[in-house]
Structure formats: structure tokens, C-alpha cells
Design a protein around this ligand. Structure first.
Ligand code: NDP
Length: 240
């Protein structure tokens, strides 16, 4: 059954991993997808796979002006935005004494600032339309304390605080807001650390697949208008 038929869904970080799987899941549920990431070739291939009106939108979301460009493109093309999934994110993990401080600003720019900017712009349009849903992808890193993820987990905690506040502010407006917090999932997000030769990650095998997280996003998006599913935390059974 196509519960999301006629809806326009934007997924950032759609060129791989959880974002690509989420684009597939929402498309299978009937939504028209806007696919956002930097790698235009991957977005074009995914749009062709999904068919229909899927729109690839290649941009660097860490650029403070990119969320406005995305918002204008979506509203210009479709005149509406029903579901926004802020999923794009990067991970640099290292104990404090080894953490590369050059990675701090890029992480803040993408993992937090871009989410705030994009959520804010689309929240305004959705509120004016009286309908919409924003789903922000957090992490197990926000909810457990583990060595090496101080910056990453801190930014995801900030993302969760922002998202919860937005949900409360928009209550009754017709715009729903939620968090999906995945556990470790097998994606390219760990490639950077492997490339940096962080030996601890060489034998690290995340227990979940991107589709496991995408199913949670789809489930949240398919709930009836009268309910707001505020949070799904989906961890590998072994991590729970
Ligand atoms: P991937 O590395 O597979 O995907 C990250 C996506 O973000 C890619 O599509 C990438 O595309 C995009 N991206 C990266 N930088 C930018 C940028 N500057 N502008 C636009 N897009 C960008 O990782 P995951 O699928 O694992 O990560 C998705 C989300 O899930 C992240 O927010 C992550 O924090 C979260 N998460 C992941 C977990 C895991 O274990 N994998 C666990 C918990 C949460 P491109 O390079 O083409 O721009």
C-alpha cells in the first residue's frame, strides 16, 4: 500500500548508506524523492533507479547557503515539502589526545548547523502549509558514553535537543518532528577512519544494515496525522 503517495520527501545524504536506503524505502511507500548529497553521479543513478519525478540535488550541505538553495529548489519544483529527513553526517572519532581539531568545524557545519538551517527553513514552509514532518537522524553516540565519540556524540546530543524543542514549538501546527537514533550500521561512514589507519576500526563490523534504519524512518513517516512518533531508537540486538 502506498501510504506516502503524493508526498514530496527530501533525504539529505542520499548518495550512500542510510540515506540511500531511506530514499528507497520512502519511494517504495509512494513518495516522490529529492536526493541530496555532493556526489552528483551517485544521485543521478539513484534517481534513475527510483524513477518517477525523483530529483537529484547535488550540493555541499556544510555550506551555510546550501539549505536555502535546497529549499528554493524544492518549493520551486514541487510547491510543497511533506517529509524532510536530515540524514547527511560525517564521523571523525578519536580519543581527545588524538582528535584532529581540523575536523571540528566540518563536523559542526554538517552534523549540527546544516540540520538547524534546513529544519528551520522547511519548518517555516511546512507550518505555513499546515502540514509536514521533519525527521532528524541522531545516533547511539548521543545516548551512550563511549571512548572516541566525544565530538560526534556531543553534536548528536545537540541535534536531539534542537529537534525535541522544535517538536514542542510546532505542536498543533500540523508539522510533526521526530528523531531516529540508529546503532552502528554498516556504511561508508567508517571508511574515513579506516583510511586514516585507525587500527581499532579494521576489524570493526557494524551489526545493522542501512535498510534496518530506513525501515524505522519509513515507519515514523507512515504514522497517521493524529500521532507524532517523536523517537525511534534502533540498535543491533547485541548492542541493546
Ligand atoms: P555514509 O557515509 O554512508 O553516508 C553519509 C552521507 O552524507 C553520504 O550520502 C554523503 O554523500 C553525505 N554527505 C557527507 N558530507 C556531506 C556534505 N558536506 N554535504 C552533503 N552531503 C554530505 O554514512 P551513514 O549512512 O552511516 O550516515 C548517515 C547518518 O546516520 C549520519 O548522520 C550518521 O551520523 C548517522 N548514523 C550512522 C551510524 C552508523 O553506524 N553508520 C550510526 C548512527 C547514526 P556525499 O559524500 O556524496 O556528499
Amino acid at each position: 500500500m502506498s501510504k506516502l503517495a503524493g508526498r514530496v520527501a527530501i533525504v539529505t545524504g542520499a548518495s550512500s548508506g542510510i540515506g540511500a536506503a531511506t530514499a528507497h524505502a520512502l519511494s517504495a511507500a509512494g513518495a516522490t524523492l529529492v536526493l541530496v548529497a555532493r556526489r552528483a553521479d551517485r544521485l543521478a543513478a539513484l534517481a534513475a533507479e527510483l524513477g518517477g519525478d525523483a530529483l537529484p540535488f547535488a550540493d555541499d550541505m556544510a555550506d551555510p547557503l546550501a539549505p536555502q538553495r535546497l529549499h528554493d529548489e524544492v518549493m520551486g519544483r514541487f510547491g510543497r515539502a511533506d517529509i524532510l529527513v536530515n540524514n547527511a553526517g560525517i564521523l571523525h572519532a578519536a580519543p581527545v589526545e588524538q582528535f584532529d581539531l581540523d575536523q571540528l568545524r566540518p563536523m559542526i557545519a554538517l552534523n549540527y548547523e546544516a540540520v538547524v538551517r534546513t529544519s528551520t527553513l522547511f519548518a517555516r514552509s511546512m507550518k505555513a502549509a499546515g502540514t509536514g514532518q521533519i525527521i532528524n537522524i541522531s545516533s547511539i553516540g548521543a545516548n551512550i558514553t563511549a571512548p572516541g565519540v566525544g565530538v560526534y556524540g556531543g553534536l548528536k546530543r545537540a541535534l536531539e535537543a534542537f529537534t525535541d524543542c522544535l517538536r514542542v514549538e510546532l505542536a498543533g501546527s500540523g508539522v510533526k518532528v521526530g528523531i531516529v537514533a540508529p546503532g552502528t550500521t554498516s556504511t561508508e561512514i567508517f571508511e574515513d577512519m579506516k583510511a586514516r589507519g585507525q587500527a581499532a576500526w579494521d576489524s570493526f563490523i557494524p551489526a545493522m544494515q542501512p535498510g534496518d534504519v530506513a525501515d524505522a524512518v519509513r515507519y515514523m513517516a507512515e504514522q497517521p496525522d493524529r500521532t507524532n512518533m517523536a523517537r525511534i531508537q534502533v540498535y543491533a540486538a547485541a548492542d541493546s
